[in-house]
Write a protein that binds this ligand. Structure first.
Ligand SMILES: C[S@@+](CC[C@H](N)C(=O)[O-])C[C@H]1O[C@@H](n2cnc3c(N)ncnc32)[C@H](O)[C@@H]1O
Length: 353
């Protein structure tokens, strides 16, 4: 039986957990400020600094430095022993990985500039079943989040830096998959500035890769392809796949971090349109994260998934893996492969007979 002190400890831990959520706006800005001031790098390089030493190293006076340190200590990102400050063990290990560090920094910028202000519309967006974050950010005439991002240089840069950093958590493992060597002509739908297509052509020397994205985005993709050492095997198409048919002649069609933006009926339509567009013997590849409510490590997909409702697409969600597999079977894909990735992501491959 749990002792009275155990019960009290659990109660206090839960109360702390709740307070981090209840004051989530401030928690997030404290976390982000730690990156902005270089506090985490400093404490990793120089563990055991005193307040005055931290303050001088991050160019703050002792009072604001203390506000920051006490705040991020309450979030378990740093800790104090006596009068000395250290990075917390797990956070330090997380930041040892350059790709996770880049993801966290770019993600914090994107949340601060774009997602945070739009998230204030969540309650109204849920009631209206509409992404009311879109007019909140871009005015009443805004109709498509990705078009608006493409038109706003600073927002597009923040979005693409964060999106490519998320994709880079697994890009090596995805692009190295033998499927891309077995196919000749890969189409990456919603491929943004083409980083996955470039990586695929690096890993598979005979494969051609084409990126489709909105016309407002594709000029940037083309410019990057021109600079790539594999430019002769890379192509870019500007197209809105809601209004234009998927091009023919591809034996592998990829959707990376794309399907969660849209409703179940849209995703099924993409899968059916792809089935029709593919050469026989071709395949569809879905690479993204999945909701898995009871699995440790699934908070990202549970929480961030709401963004597809209140801002990005107005009807999306991180779906569960078995749902995707059932939809693929329903449409007629003969064999489905599942390749697990880090960060609760997976590459699902559906083969057309
Ligand atoms: C969430 S991002 C994913 C980018 C990239 N695939 C990745 O995994 O990092 C979605 C991309 O789809 C593009 N997109 C959105 N709607 C589109 C449409 N209707 N037709 C073509 N591209 C679209 C966006 O411009 C954006 O680059």
């Amino acid at each position: 039986m749990a002792s009275e002190s155990d019960t009290e400890r659990k109660r206090l831990l839960f109360e702390d957990h709740l307070n981090r959520i209840a004051y989530g706006h401030i928690s997030f800005e404290l976390y982000r400020a730690g990156f902005e001031f270089g506090l985490y790098d400093l404490l990793k390089k120089k563990p055991g600094l005193r307040l005055e030493e931290v303050a001088s190293a991050i160019s703050l006076r002792p009072y604001p430095a203390e506000v920051l340190l006490i705040g991020v200590a309450a979030l378990d990102l740093v800790r104090k022993e006596g009068d000395k400050w250290y990075i917390s063990e797990e956070f330090g290990k997380h930041l040892d990985s350059e790709k996770y560090k880049e993801f966290r920094i770019s993600d914090a910028d994107y949340m601060h500039r774009i997602v945070g202000p739009a998230a204030r519309t969540l309650v109204d967006s849920l009631r209206a079943e509409k992404n009311l974050g879109l007019p909140e950010l871009y005015g009443p005439k805004a109709a498509n989040f990705y078009e608006e991002l493409g038109k706003n240089e600073a927002h597009f840069a923040s979005f693409t830096r964060r999106m490519s950093a998320l994709t880079r958590l697994n890009i090596e493992k995805v692009a190295a998959n033998p499927i891309f060597g077995q196919k000749k002509n890969v189409l990456d739908v919603g491929g943004n500035t083409g980083y996955l297509a470039i990586e695929i052509t690096k890993h598979h020397k005979a494969t051609r890769a084409t990126t489709i994205d909105l016309p407002v985005v594709i000029g940037k993709t083309e410019a990057l392809f021109k600079k790539s050492e594999n430019s002769s095997r890379l192509a870019a198409i500007g197209s809105n796949i809601f209004t234009e048919k998927l091009p023919r002649g591809y034996d592998c069609i990829v959707f990376a971090h794309f399907t969660p933006i849209f409703s179940v009926s849209r995703v099924k339509k993409f899968l059916a349109d792809t089935f029709e567009a593919l050469d026989s013997g071709g395949c569809v590849c879905l690479y993204n994260g999945h909701a898995d409510p009871n699995k440790p490590g699934s908070a990202f997909h549970g929480i961030f998934g709401a963004y597809f409702e209140f801002l990005a697409g107005g009807a999306g969600l991180y779906h569960e893996k078995p749902s995707y597999m059932a939809w693929m079977k329903e449409i007629g894909y003969a064999k489905i492969e599942v390749h697990p990735m880090d960060f609760n992501e997976a590459l699902l491959i559906g083969h057309k007979a």
